[in-house]
Design a protein around this ligand. Structure first.
Ligand code: SAM
Ligand code: DTB
Ligand code: SF4
Length: 350
């Protein structure tokens, strides 16, 4: 694509030496790809053109799209709490909570409602706008347990926070009951492309995940759905994941972008760390193809400097997970996050 920039040599410098000639126009993203229109008809080729564009052009465009839909100073803090840790029957290769892997995570029972509410209150006082409760389950199959979860949702909702849960697969009936209890959003990630998926998980299918997302959407609950990079997938797999997300009938309201936390004892323990610029590229491409979504800088943030996180925010990330832990792995310190927000001029949504 041609740029609108001039390609002639700039004026000579004041010291009398000729300034270096321009290398030529930067390859620009075609205006129709970065129009900021909400589209569900993206092609993989279009997303690939976005994804593979020169990084600074990509970030420039994603930052521009971001500003059309969001206040670029606003950041949402979502506090995570693991309400049921470890011992999960699923074999997700990245997950320290799977009973199929030998990790340091010890299975624990379900937290009681009072302590969950106390954590949510503390999160709100610390500036969180959203509280997300995660459980290491394939699904909630016991109705007594499901009623217990509904009560937790009601109690967090009563604090006037956004409430999210991530409980594994969900039936249409369960989704309706969660909606009636006041649930704002359900987190259920596609994790990766349909093609790469079975290299990572074999105990449930990609279609199972899509079915849960449909049940959530049909119940009128917002969808929080994203993925993980750094599991050995190709760039094409990342593009395919973005394509699946951005061609859902409605885009997810929030899209967590996780960098793999390679946990000892999981099959992915030897994966090398994700390059921060890969995260930036993924976030920027997600921002362009899903302009109105909240893009959440998720797992992997604890390993990033303020400057690296700043690039992610510039690229379009406008939410993050807070809390001393994600679910089982360390997260960023809240004082450090506050300092970063001050330094970057970010204002938490309350
Ligand atoms: N059991 C539920 C499920 O699988 O939907 C909820 C919890 S699960 C831990 C939520 C998401 O966390 C996963 O889908 C995955 O995307 C992310 N996740 C888990 N372990 C991770 C890791 N080691 N690094 C990065 N992301 C991870
Ligand atoms: C999501 O996409 N990332 C969060 C949240 N949704 C539930 C979880 C990340 C978990 C990282 C590994 C751990 O702490 O156990
Ligand atoms: Fe279980 Fe969820 Fe971990 Fe998979 S990601 S092993 S379903 S807790």
């Amino acid at each position: 694509m041609t740029s609108g920039m001039t390609t002639g040599s700039p004026a000579a410098g004041s010291v009398g030496q000729a300034a270096p000639a321009f290398a030529g126009p930067c390859p620009r993203l075609a205006p129709d790809l970065v129009s900021g229109e909400i589209r569900s008809d993206w092609t993989k080729a279009e997303i690939a053109r976005i994804y593979f564009s020169p990084l600074l052009e990509l970030v420039y465009q994603s930052a521009s799209v971001h500003r059309r839909y969001h206040d670029p100073r606003a950041i949402q803090q979502c506090t995570l709490l693991s309400i049921k840790t470890g011992g999960c029957s699923e074999n997700c290769g990245y997950c320290p909570q799977s009973a199929h892997h030998s990790t340091a995570v010890k299975p624990e029972g379900v937290l009681d409602q009072d302590s969950v509410e106390a954590s949510a209150r503390a999160a709100k006082e610390a500036g969180s706008d959203r509280f997300c409760m995660g459980a290491a389950w394939r699904e909630v199959h016991d109705n007594t347990q499901f009623q217990n979860i509904l009560a937790m949702v009601r109690r967090v909702k009563a604090l006037d926070m956004e409430v999210c849960v991530t409980l594994g697969m969900l039936s249409a009936e369960q989704a309706k009951q969660l909606k009636a209890a006041g649930l704002t959003a359900y987190n259920h990630n596609l994790d990766t492309s349909a093609g790469f998926y079975d290299k990572i998980v074999t105990t449930r299918t990609y279609q199972d995940r899509l079915n849960t997302l449909k049940n959530v959407r049909d119940a009128g609950i917002a969808i929080c759905c994203g993925g993980i990079i750094g599991m050995g997938e190709s760039a094409e797999d990342r593009i395919d994941l973005l394509h699946t997300l951005a061609t859902l009938p409605e885009h997810p309201e929030s899209v967590p972008v996780n960098a793999l936390v390679a946990v000892k004892g999981t099959p992915l323990e030897e994966r090398p760390p994700v390059d921060v610029l890969e995260m930036v590229r993924m976030i920027a491409a997600a921002r362009i193809v899903m302009p109105a979504a909240r893009i959440r800088l998720s797992a992997g943030r604890a390993a990033m400097s303020y400057v690296e996180q700043a690039l992610c925010f510039l690229a379009g990330a406008n939410s993050l997970f807070t809390g001393e832990k994600l679910l089982t792995t360390p997260n960023c310190d809240s004082d450090a996050d506050r300092q970063m927000f001050d330094l970057l001029g970010l204002q938490p949504i309350t």
